[in-house]
Design a protein around this ligand. Structure first.
Ligand code: ADP
Length: 305
């Protein structure tokens, strides 16, 4: 449904925002682009939604090339941007109605999309009276009116407080079960990627540095991790743990914190070997997507610091 081949964007002035990325998203799949601010997520979404011209490479939505068939590609897709587009002075229903007419959809579609995002009860109130989370849900309902084959959600929970954010995540999770839309969402929240996405592409400085299911990304780090805060030289401590055979190539240091995936070692063996390293705190736990992410991007961040 989404085909991205060697897509690249260099902005005037030479900023290489997206560097030669490739991925495919299957029909009905929820795909997450996960990365920190400035990683190139919005630029990628901009190219896929035809608002930013790629420097090279190609992308197709539902078979339509975004560069040579932009109208068809746009017709097959819908976007929820970070900035609000609904009219605050109008009711939710009126907002959806205007959009439905534009797309030649009937009233029943309004009922469907409002139900899908849990807004049925609020439709006749002016949008100005909606909470931030409700407004965001209306934006999503509006985007769904046209029954897009592909829905883009650019940082759907940005600016929402934690409780509202979790409410919206529930809505998105339900949506995923109800509608057959293929979804590409961007986020810098690891829990969102883990909870909502079938597959995740980790994007760092314009490049996709890992792409897999959340489960497979986690499995790379084994079942257990030892995390320690070292006193003194983290790089030296990491080297010492590697020399003792406890830490493998996938162990990493960010600041004074060492993260050591255990794989075949037991925690007891690891802790015994760690006697050699002066530590301030030690804990064992299961790996999270955070570890995967830091492993892939933290080393580079540390080098840059
Ligand atoms: P993200 O969405 O992951 O935060 P962006 O795609 O917005 O990342 O930005 C990627 C890089 O491109 C950043 O270094 C950003 O400063 C740069 N950038 C974004 N838009 C422009 C632009 N219009 N002109 C020049 N540089 C830009």
């Amino acid at each position: 449904m989404i085909e991205v081949q060697r897509l690249t964007k260099t902005y005037p002035g030479g900023v290489q925002a997206v560097k030669d990325i490739s991925f495919d998203v299957a029909p009905g799949e929820v795909f997450g682009l996960l990365g920190p601010n400035g990683a190139g997520k919005s630029t990628t979404v901009g190219m896929l939604t035809t608002t930013i011209a790629p420097t090279s490479g190609r992308a197709r939505l539902a078979g339509f090339d975004v560069a040579t068939q932009p109208l068809e590609a746009r017709r097959a897709s819908s976007v929820v941007f970070q900035d609000a587009v609904v009219d605050r002075a109008l009711s939710g229903r009126r907002n959806l109605d205007i959009h439905a007419r534009l797309w030649g959809r009937g009233r029943e579609r309004i009922g469907e999309v409002a139900g899908a995002v849990g807004l049925s009860e609020l439709l006749d109130r002016p949008v100005a009276s909606y909470s931030g989370g409700q407004r965001r849900r209306l934006e999503i309902a509006r985007a769904l009116v046209s029954q897009p084959k592909v829905l883009f959600l650019d940082e759907p929970t940005v600016g929402l407080d934690p409780r509202i954010r979790h409410e919206l995540l529930d809505v998105l999770a339900d949506l995923r079960a109800q509608e057959e839309t293929t979804i590409l969402l961007t986020t810098h929240h690891l829990d969102e990627a883990e909870r909502l996405c079938d597959r995740v592409g980790i994007i760092h400085r314009g490049e996709i540095v890992a792409l897999d299911t959340p489960g497979a990304l986690l499995a790379r780090l084994g079942r257990e991790i030892v995390e320690l805060r070292v006193e003194g030289d983290p790089a030296g401590a990491l080297a010492a743990l590697r020399a003792h055979g406890v830490a493998g190539e996938d162990a990493f240091a960010v600041g004074s914190r060492l993260t050591v995936p255990l794989h075949e070692h037991s925690a007891a063996e690891a802790l015994a070997a760690m006697g050699a390293v002066p530590t301030a705190a030690v804990a064992t736990r299961r790996p999270t997507l955070d570890d995967v992410y830091l492993r892939l991007t933290g080393d580079a961040l540390a080098e840059a610091a």
